[in-house]
Design a protein around this ligand. Sequence first.
Ligand code: FAD
Ligand code: DLZ
Ligand code: SF4
Length: 507
Amino acid sequence: MTALVYILGDQLTRDLASLRGCAKDDTVVLMTELDEETRYVGHHKQKLVFILSAMRHFAQELSAAGWRVDYVKLDDPNNSGAFTGELARALERHAIDQIRIVKAGEWRVQAMIDEWPDRFDVTVRQFDDDRFICSLDAFDAWAEDRSSLTMEFFYREMRRKTGLLMSDGEPEGGRWNFDKENRKPAKSDLFMPDRLAFEPDEITLAVIHLVEMRFADNVGRLAGFGFAVTRDDAESVLERFLDCALQSFGTYQDAMLTGEAFLYHAVISPYINIGFLDPLAICRRVEAAYRAGRVPLNAAEGFIRQIIGWREFVRGIYWREMPGYVERNFLEADRNLPAFYWSGETDMHCLAEAIGQTLDHAYAHHIQRLMITGNFALLIGADPKQVHEWYLEVYADAYEWVELPNTLGMSQFGDGGLLGTKPYASSGNYIDKMSDYCGSCRYDVKVKAGEGACPFNPLYWHFLDRNRDKLQGSRRLAMPYRTWDGMDAARREEYLESARSFLRGLR
Ligand code: FAD
Ligand code: DLZ
Ligand code: SF4
């Protein structure tokens, strides 16, 4: 019986469930570069190069291991441009008895796969994606009957289930969470580990050429492309992180510094999401580093929480809430995202930094995504669907299952608090505390309203004031609303007018 194993672009894993148990001499592996996938949003040029080059290297690795790989390139003149069309063509090329595929990460693609049994006269076997630690059924079972879904409680379940950082059934160190130790600003004289960057080989150079030709108008700069495009190189990135950066990951997790895009972050999300690195194996290595005394508990716990907590949690939420989730807009926000999100050209230094490095590296760390670009979009009332599409475009690690809950839910409060208990809105004060950005900004973070004021300051109050009906019931916002109500009317009007005037000038 000949099987066709269809491997999608974010399923580049050697022991993928659909490959397991297949005989090499009786299996065709199909991989396809597609117009549909490369164009459903205007992906950052580096994201395209990363994914296409990683796919080509992975196909080569499978061939070298003895698999028969049928690989369709983007510029193949017969390429239909879509998963279903390429499957139909492949079935004409090969005599196939069974199609095997791991379920897609994105709802959009899974909806196509679900049509295949009716469309093709061949058995279609779909496999759960067991590269995730929590299956979707297990997530649903956990979520069932809970009035609210809190990441922290899900995370504790995952700690118990995996045994990570547990001793005798109790959390290591007597606490589940060490975030109190984790919110330090970084000092400008700190020695940051260098990012491990890789010279493009011949395969990557060919893809760079393809992307330059076909996607010349897409967002982002290709110069300096340095992503790992093989599993071995991704492994080296992980090792560098474990050796040089994990130690300080927790302490400086929320810090931001001018000119420092990576600080103590791992920069491995593109590799986990594409299938090169295994999330549970990474967590076990982080735990081992802690147990060997090489890294402190706050670093190991903080890191493991992001992976077995947040990453698994947002995926569970995505699949529970789709397809309606993408349309949610609790705050009824409808402003266009300003043009500088695609150019980085703004006098607001924090935004210029976060967007500039995004254009350069297709990367920004979590707090930049949440508290700079996300916070600003939230404060100005940007349409959450536009914000979502921007994040899906610009980051090399962006796939809808992980990006959408983080953006629409956590960052834009579009789901009304399903994912986070309050909106991540802040004035300039938070940015000043956690970064060195304000020191070199045209605006003054200490000026609260009017000429020269940091725009985040009046915008923060404008946001709270205009969304009062929807937000004032939140216990976590009681304090800011009390402060707002305690101001005299003239002061409040000064803030509101300052914000209105800024918003009028926004393009
Ligand atoms: P580190 O800070 O070193 O963290 C380690 C790992 O933890 C990451 O590699 C990632 O796998 C995981 N992780 C951390 N936070 C999250 C989170 N909130 N959700 C899921 N995984 C997490 N992450 C993506 O992988 N793809 C996205 O498209 C994406 N979009 C985001 C959009 C917004 C608005 C926000 C606020 C966050 C988004 N994140 C996304 C989460 C997070 O910002 C990135 O995972 C992280 O910045 C990746 O960089 P790193 O590998 O250096 O992470
Ligand atoms: C993101 C992406 C891109 C840009 N290109 C391709 C491609 O050409 N071929 C492919 O198989 N996958 C690609 N992908 C990843 C898919 O979009 C991803 O597999 C789906 O989003 C399902 O999660
Ligand atoms: Fe950003 Fe305001 Fe600081 Fe300028 S002053 S960097 S706009 S927070």
